[in-house]
Ligand binder design. Structure first.
Ligand SMILES: [Cu+2]
Length: 742
């Protein structure tokens, strides 16, 4: 090494001299002072700093409630781009014409590219990466601008041929060089009696700059780490288990039993479900107390026929009130499972059914004692529905403890299709949970008895996500499949978690999933997906063709929006090749288009954080201990159009049969669900529909800072219905609204 650098005695000596501020005796003769071009560069950099620093301000205004601020944030990002590229040009002029250094140009170019990537992350709604990287870019631009004010940058550049290290003359420092030199030239830091201020020269500035850069680098790495190692694409807080997690793929996939009617007549099938507490073995060798439909989790699958009246008698032997909502059901209001239309426990419950807070009068709905008959006319097409609890303020914990079940509706059109059926038509109820050390579900409820105080601890207001992925109630199960087509009814029954589902390995010939249906039944034509993003309450009816895999192959259903234990969902083990008569036809169904041009009005629904403290019976009051300033941000609940849910108020009165456009606008992720009738997505973010928006939907995944327009048209039944966020922690903290069909 020494032979290669015979002249230079190491960087320390010349560098120290140079950076000690002895510019007057600089041995490099300035060919031409780059002053004018440097000042132009500095001016642009300062402007760039100001504009880019405004970005989190707009984002903050947006997050604290002004949804429109995101448009300013977006417009401002274009100005940031403009200034970024202007900075490159100015740095280019400074280097080429002003004979200044090249490092500002390379730096500006890198920054501009990073800023463009940052914009793309924003458009992709990857807030988890967009925010920390954005903060890092701002910090770096600010430090760079400070660095640009070093006096020695006024110095003209020395050509390498003349002034390079080989000639023995000191090279003008570039950005990295300056950092390195600063490191060596000021040891030891904090020399006695000499503050960096009294030091005065360019060295002091570069030392601060260096420290800042190190700090920024560390902060950026830490923040980016949060994004990468933490929750991707989620609005929620992670709640880890206290029980040891089982090894994945150790248990078979359970299939919930199909519920048989207790009797049938010419028009109607009658079912009876008893809701009761039971113990389930979810983690091998441990007992988990559940609230279960028929004492199982998930509950039994109801399979009914379009056009045949279905009556389900629910008997509540649980210690808490319940309400049963058939999600996706086209149901008269009195059987829709309103949050206050409670079934009180058969014993041990004293009124009021719903305890109000802050001395507010308790609200009363249509209560029943012990049991209730839900009447479903089933005037709807074949679809994958599900039923779950909808109790006011307690839906989150009660669904979490097990009150979930599938409900499939068949019709003649669907039966005539050659899709896989029978044992090759499998429901996949996917949800995440956490477990206490004793095997019970871990959930941050303020009141674990779920009797009086609603809400979760302040840290979990954004939503609860756990570390165990359950499919049909089993952790990371294995399903043996033959080399044939299977139809899977995928339901995301999680409280708050979104999933990005793919197959690993993917099939070689074509995408992993052929989607044949969505929330509201069959699509018009099948859609191929390599990946499916599914938000809480959404359903994707897909066909997977395992004949694409050799027998013996293990195919994992993975979650691209998870990490560590949540990055995997379940596994398929392909057993053998078989004859398969099924196929996916090119045409599945006919869907009547709700023409947006025929809409009689547009309603805007803004889903955002907000203060719900004065809501009668509010969850938010209790959810937020006095003086607790962190966790959920500066809010104590979730609102729609700035209003907390109040069952006595209706916020819209759509007329049956009329088409309306409903615009859902969000601050963070909100899966928006509308009761009574499915809708059609018209546009997402002002553009076309997304890949997962096709067909009839009843829940739409609205991502941060997004607006989604849907065409709604309600039919048949008059009365109060709900529109709400299906992040259950948001729902429980007032993110619901009533519309009354007339
Ligand atoms: Cu929400």
């Amino acid at each position: 090494m020494a032979a290669e650098h015979p002249v230079t005695p190491g960087p320390r000596t010349p560098t120290t001299e140079r950076l000690s501020g002895d510019l007057a005796t600089d041995p490099v003769p300035p060919a031409r002072h780059p002053r004018a071009s440097l000042w132009v560069l500095r001016a642009i950099a300062v402007l760039h700093c100001g504009v880019i620093a405004a970005q989190p301000v707009f984002a903050g205004i947006f997050l604290t409630g002004d949804v429109d601020a995101i448009a300013v944030h977006e417009m401002n990002s274009h100005i940031v781009s403009l200034l970024g590229w202007s900075q490159i040009i100015a740095a280019l002029v400074y280097a080429a014409r002003g004979r200044g250094r090249w490092s500002p140009m390379w730096f500006s170019l890198t920054l501009a590219v990073a800023e463009e990537a940052q914009k793309v992350l924003g458009y992709l709604r990857l807030a988890d990466l967009h925010i920390p990287i954005g903060v890092s870019l701002i910090t770096i631009q600010v430090l760079f601008t400070v660095w640009l004010f070093r006096p020695d940058l006024r110095q003209a550049r020395v050509d390498k041929t003349r002034g390079g290290g080989a000639g023995g003359q000191p090279r003008a420092p570039n950005l990295e060089g300056a950092v390195r030199m600063t490191l060596y030239s000021h040891r030891p830091f904090g020399r006695p009696g000499r503050s960096s201020r009294s030091y005065g020269g360019p060295g002091a500035l570069s030392r601060r700059g260096f420290l800042g850069l190190v700090g920024a680098g560390g902060a950026a790495a830490a923040l980016a780490g949060c994004g990468i190692g933490g929750l991707i694409g989620q609005t929620a807080e992670f709640l880890p288990s206290r029980a040891p997690l089982p090894k994945p793929f150790g248990v078979p996939l359970p299939i919930p039993p199909i519920k048989r009617p207790v009797r049938t007549d010419a028009t109607t099938d009658y079912y009876e479900i008893v809701q009761r507490v039971a113990n389930a073995e979810i983690l091998p060798g441990m007992r988990t107390p559940i609230l279960g439909y028929d004492g199982i989790f998930p509950g039994p699958t109801l399979v009914t026929t379009s056009g045949r009246r279905t009556v389900v008698r629910h008997r509540n032997e649980l210690p808490v009130p319940v309400s049963v909502h058939l999600h996706g059901g086209h149901t008269p209001a009195e059987s829709d499972g309103g949050p206050l239309d409670l079934i009180l426990p058969t014993r041990g419950w004293t009124r009021p059914a719903h305890a109000g807070h802050s001395g507010a009068a308790p609200m009363r709905g249509d209560e029943s004692d012990g049991q209730r008959d839900y009447v479903y006319p089933m005037r709807q097409r074949a679809a994958t529905l599900w039923y779950h609890d909808h109790r006011m303020d307690f839906t989150g914990p009660q669904v979490y403890r097990g009150l979930v079940g599938m409900h499939l509706v068949h019709d003649d059109e669907e039966r005539a299709l050659p899709l896989p059926d029978g044992e090759r038509d499998i429901p996949l109820v996917i949800c995440d949970r956490s477990f206490e050390a004793d095997g019970s579900f871990r959930y941050p409820a303020l009141d674990r008895t779920l009797r009086t105080t609603p809400g979760v601890t302040a840290d979990y207001m954004e939503g609860v996500v756990g570390d165990v992925i359950l499919v049909n109630g089993a952790p990371w199960p294995v399903c043996e499949v033959e080399g044939a087509r299977y139809r899977f009814r995928i339901l995301n029954a999680s409280n708050a978690r979104r999933y990005g589902l793919t197959l690993d390995p993917p099939p070689r010939e074509r995408p992993a999933f052929v989607q044949v249906g969505s929330d509201g039944g069959l699509l018009e034509t099948p859609i191929e997906h390599a990946r499916i993003d599914i938000a809480p309450a959404e359903r994707f009816d897909v066909v997977i063709d395992f004949s694409a895999y050799a027998p013996g192959t293990e195919v994992t259903l993975v979650n691209r929006l998870g990490n560590d234990s949540t990055a995997q969902v379940m596994r398929f083990r392909v057993t053998r090749r078989v004859k398969d008569d099924s196929h996916v036809p090119a045409k599945l169904s006919t869907i009547e288009r709700l023409d947006p041009a025929k809409a009689v009005r547009t309603r805007v629904w803004r889903f955002r954080r907000g203060d719900v403290g004065d809501r009668p019976g509010s969850a938010g009051v209790a959810a937020r201990p006095e003086g607790d300033g962190d966790g959920g941000g500066e809010h104590n609940g979730w609102t729609i159009n700035d209003k907390a849910y109040d069952p006595r108020r209706a916020d819209a009165d759509p007329t049956l049969g009329e088409i309306e456009i409903w615009r859902f606008m969000t601050d963070v992720h909100h899966p928006v669900h509308v009761h009574l009738d499915p809708f059609q997505v018209v546009s997402r973010g002002g553009h076309g529909v997304g890949p997962y928006d096709h067909g009839w939907k009843d829940t739409v995944d609205v991502r941060p800072a997004e607006h989604v327009d849907v065409a709604v048209r309600f039919t048949d039944y008059r009365g109060p219905y709900l529109l709400h966020c299906h992040n259950l922690e948001h729902e429980d903290m007032a993110m619901m609204a009533t519309f009354r069909t007339t």
